[in-house]
Ligand binder design. Sequence first.
Ligand SMILES: CCCCCCCC/C=C\CCCCCCCC(=O)NCC(=O)O
Length: 535
Amino acid sequence: MGSKMPGLVSLSYFLGVPFLLVLLGAALLHWRQTPARNKIPRAQKRREKALQQMEALAQRLRQQEPDLDPKPILELPLLTLAQKLQDEELSLESVLCSYLEQGHDSTCGLAQFLEKPAAKDGIIVQILKAQGAIPFVKTNVAQTLFSFDCSNPIYGQTLNPLNLQKTSGGSSGGEGALLAGRGSILGFGTDTGGSIRIPASFCGICGLKPTGFRLSYSGIASAVKGKKSVTTMAGPMALDVESLVLSLKVLLSEDMHQLDPTVPPIPFREEVYFSKRLLRIGYYESDGFTQPSPSMVRAVRLTTGLLQDAGHEVIPFSIPQIEYAMQHLYKGGLNADGGATLLEKLEGDLVDPCMKGTVTLLRLPDLLKCLLARILKHTNPRLSKTLEELRGVGTPKKLWEQHSKVEKYQHEFIAKWRSLDLDVLLAPALDPAFYISYPAKASESMSYMGLYNLLNFPVGVLPVTRVTVEDEKELAFYKGYYGDTFDKNFQEAVRGSTGLPVAVQCIALPWEEELCLRFMKEVETLTKNQKEPKE
Ligand SMILES: CCCCCCCC/C=C\CCCCCCCC(=O)NCC(=O)O
């Protein structure tokens, strides 16, 4: 016995030390994770309380004004509403905003950003407030904003008010859903790969992603700052084009440049917006990377037909080197740091399902990424390339090379545009709305949007038609260009959408927001005069 004891002691000693170390490690990890996660229930309680207060106010208003019908007010275009407010015919005070606002959190769906209220308003909020706007709500976004779904572990998933099985799109999907439900008249989002345009398209509203830095980006919360080859931009979302125009006119005042001198002093150029000159319009039905859904193609065909009938010239256009642009330049630019900044922001947090795929891949050791990329090279070339790009560019020299490749691509694209003497370009948007959780599974389809963040061109999105039964039938034959899981998931994502809105993208060259809006207005007028398609 006695002789066995030291052996047992030493065995338990040797077993115990690693065990204790593991235990200590787990405790440390737990200790590191706890603070960020702990804030989530408190945030949820705050939201619950705010909702109760809102309900109580609505109840009081209903009692005080039993005959009040808010519908005629909420259906007013922003321009008319602004006029009525100015004439004191109305005293409605509600303009939506999701940017840094004094005294409020801007979470980006991240626990780390909770309970850190902004010390002052962001520049866009300052200008809007100075012009009489009253922000009344901050809306939901995708965790980290690096997804085109709209879900996070704090506030949950935003649904599409037009079909509750579908997502509102993201990352600015709360704005999209609120506008589509007529809960607001103007909202703001940010766009690195379609986060203004995708919710607009999925929810049947309008959105504008301006050229980078035409509007101030100062005072906007973001999980990943510092990306240079893929531009993130702030922009408006609204129910019609006139509302986008009005918001841009207001924002492009003297104040914008005064408050943020990094923004060029270019006021809104009315003469461009109001010009009646006939346009030379390039168009494409497919970007050559993601086979479009049948309704995406029909939306472009319908719109080019109407534009041609109205006297404009339409010219076919094809995207140069799309695979290189999306796979290498876009993904490489977005993940130039190997995802380090994004992962840092998720430390100690719960990872939302909309981010799980990306985060799992980013967390793989580089060697494993490399190995998997090789294994998948022939069976799933898009995932293989993604894995390669997720390793990051490596060195500052490589980063500069990446930047200069993007510049070269931009100039090649512009040269092609110029060789055709185009004024603007018409393209499919990404739609119809995806089923919940599908944006992550069909992420490659964002090629239609991300390209213009890479190019840094202004782009507007507006609804032009609705999905028909015929579109749905045609979707059954969808194969995709790669026949991979992304293509299969895209087909599943857009199913069951009869009656849902379908949009187009109106694109102009950098700094030509006024021309972009003028084109959007033209498309809006022509398509609104159309008979609704049979469902
Ligand atoms: C099976 C998992 C595949 C994971 C693929 C990960 C690679 C990521 C590549 C493309 C997806 C890019 C999504 C970017 C969305 C950006 C949305 C946006 O505009 N956000 C606004 C903002 O950043 O402010």
